[in-house]
Ligand binder design. Structure first.
Ligand code: G3P
Length: 217
């Protein structure tokens, strides 16, 4: 199972990378805006910097909505670094762009996926990755992980090469469930990565060990 970090914050990316568990990064326009990045060149430079920190797939999202413009934007984003994966929203125009980009060997991550059917369509178009959003489904009283279960099963049925990125993760149980279901990747916010490490019994146990060691010294 691969772990990506879902952030555009360089300090968070560096800190997660130093843990030795980071395989890649996903960003989106909201995460880029949160970092106060202004303008296309600053955005490109920021993605380049992320690629210098993490030697793995780095998703950068196209914001165009028409097929021809998505393709042009994707080619530009892919030229930043060989590890850039172009994130493309799950739309009719987006799918057409994915098909063209697949033929050019440009990697794509089809985002804003909420049903197994959308994931099948994206895989058939040639997506390298699909990103179903579990937290946003849970937020509207749907069952996000049920969608992951179906996608993983369907992709295995047909031996699709497309990898499943569990996105919109809110807490450690989403990561655990993603692993149990055999999802290829979980893209995890930094705060949740920190929670994966922690356990109160670990803290209490360590405190007691250190106190007892004082009797030995
Ligand atoms: O990056 C896509 C996805 O992970 C967004 O998550 O928390 O905004 O639903 P969230």
């Amino acid at each position: 199972m691969k772990f990506f970090i879902d952030t555009a914050n360089l300090n968070e990316i560096r800190a997660a990378y130093e843990l030795g568990i980071l395989d890649g990064v996903t960003t989106n326009p909201s995460l880029i805006a949160k970092e106060g990045i202004k303008g296309r060149e600053a955005f490109r430079n920021h993605i380049k910097t992320i690629c210098e920190i993490v030697q793995g797939p780095v998703s950068a999202e196209a914001i165009s909505t028409r097929m021809e413009e998505i393709v042009t934007e994707a080619r530009d984003l892919a030229s930043i670094d060989p590890n850039v994966v172009v994130k493309i929203p799950m739309t009719r125009e987006g799918l057409r762009a994915v098909k063209v980009l697949a033929e050019e060997n440009i990697k794509t991550n089809v985002t804003l996926i909420f049903t197994p059917i959308q994931a099948i369509i994206a895989a058939k178009a040639g997506a390298t990755y699909v990103s179903p959003f579990v937290g946003r489904l849970d937020d509207i009283s749907s069952h996000g992980m049920a969608v992951i279960k179906d996608i993983v099963e369907i992709f295995a049925n047909y031996m699709f090469d497309t990898e499943v990125i569990v996105a919109s993760i809110r807490h450690p149980m989403h990561v655990l469930e993603a692993a149990r279901l055999g999802a290829d990747i979980a893209t995890i916010p930094f705060g949740v990565i920190e929670k994966l490490i922690q356990h109160p019994l670990t803290d209490v146990g360590l405190k007691n060990f250190l106190e007892d060691w004082k009797k030995v010294e």
